[in-house]
Design a protein around this ligand. Structure first.
Ligand code: NAD
Length: 352
């Protein structure tokens, strides 16, 4: 186990949670707390085996350290996984038992929703520990993060337009949005307000049609959206859309959207640089949801959360500065921004 841990990063602590009475098998990974408590969601997934779950939680928790650090938040990176089928194996007891394990860490790890967990599950965790965000609004929580994620993405798109086209006005700029779920549909609404020209697609054709009709956007098929000739491509569906098959067929000048893991591999980021396509790194541009739960820790206010998502604009510009300074791809520059902040500010904090 220690071998697997050291292969996937220099994690501070990994906690195995076991409660056979409620069928709980979970792993909490705390990657780094130099900037603050480790925040990251709890994923419930039918992992093939325990090693697969361990690798996933190690990888995801490290990602959260970078996301929080590059976003200027005083948070570290953590994540949890519950091994089990989210469709059949959930119960109040399971999440309350898990909540007790979270509580035992005394705030060093703060949890939230993720794939396979819901607001209802967070409510059950909250019955055992205060160290949970994304709880329902009637409990003082922040509710659905996607409008905040989408607003952060809008800010990142504007910063990218500034970098590439010299102005952050989106008036008349052609933006292709892939995926019209929680993030994508909110983003389209904001883009319309900015006067952008929009093309949209979802694999759900009814959704594509209803969003296109509502906002006066052009609808295309989900096979064509990535290859639409446009100024900015905003991926808001699944990951790995920039891969060996797609990369040379892209007809955009900028990629800036809400989806996670946009690059199939890091080398595709280098290739985008060579092709002259500006890439807004996923974990920096889609941090609005994380900013929203961060505000929940301070005592939630929707207005302040909305204000905070405006920081994405400066964060993205900082990434572009580092990329130019060091002559590297923007995906590498994002990691460098995070590491520089952990090293300087993290060290300062240790003095106290
Ligand atoms: P969602 O499930 O609500 O929406 C995704 C949409 O994409 C669905 O409508 C789906 O039909 C569509 N889709 C899937 N494959 C497609 C394809 N090939 N072409 C076109 N459309 C396709 O999810 P969401 O919450 O809107 O999240 C979207 C992305 O943003 C994900 O990658 C997610 O990890 C990321 N993200 C979301 C948040 C958030 O606050 N919700 C925060 C950070 C990152």
């Amino acid at each position: 186990t220690f071998e697997i841990i050291s292969k996937h990063g220099d994690h501070e602590q990994v906690v195995f949670c076991n409660d056979p009475h409620v069928g709980l098998k979970a792993i909490i990974a705390i990657h780094n707390t130099s900037l603050g408590p480790a925040l990251g969601g709890t994923r419930m997934w039918n992992y093939k085996n325990e090693d697969e779950a361990l690798v996933d939680v190690l990888r995801l928790s490290k990602g959260m350290t970078y996301k929080a650090a590059a976003s200027g938040l005083n948070l570290g990176g953590g994540k949890a996984v519950i091994i089990g089928d989210p469709k059949t194996q959930k119960s109040e007891g399971l999440f309350r038992a898990f909540g007790q394990f979270v509580n035992s860490l005394n705030g060093k790890y703060i949890t939230a929703e993720d794939v396979g967990t819901s607001v209802q599950d967070m409510e059950h965790i909250y019955m055992e520990t205060p160290w949970v965000t994304g709880i329902p609004k009637d409990f003082g929580g922040s509710g659905d993060p996607s409008p905040y994620t989408a607003h952060g993405v809008l800010m990142g798109i504007k910063a990218s337009a500034k970098e590439k086209f010299g102005t952050d006005s989106l008036k008349g700029i052609h933006i292709a949005v892939q995926g019209l779920g929680n993030v994508g549909s909110n983003l389209v609404k904001y883009l319309v307000e900015e006067g952008a020209v929009i093309t949209v697609a979802d694999i759900d054709m009814n959704r594509t049609k209803s969003v296109a009709d509502k906002f006066g956007a052009k609808a295309v098929s989900s096979d064509d959206i990535l290859f639409t000739e446009c100024d900015i491509l905003a991926p808001c569906a699944l990951g790995a859309i920039v891969n060996d098959q797609t990369i040379t067929k892209l007809k955009t000048k900028v990629i800036a959207g809400g989806a996670n893991n946009v690059l199939a591999e890091a080398r595709h980021g280098d290739q985008l640089k060579e092709l002259g396509i500006l890439y807004a790194p996923d974990y920096v541009i889609n941090a609005g949801g994380l900013m929203n739960v961060f505000v929940e820790l301070e005592g939630y206010s929707p207005e302040r959360a909305f204000e905070k998502t405006k920081r994405v604009y400066d964060n993205i510009l900082k990434v572009y500065e580092i990329a130019k300074r060091d002559g590297i791809g923007t995906h590498t520059a994002a990691d460098r921004l995070a590491e520089e902040r952990i090293n300087t500010i993290g060290r300062l904090k240790q003095r106290h």
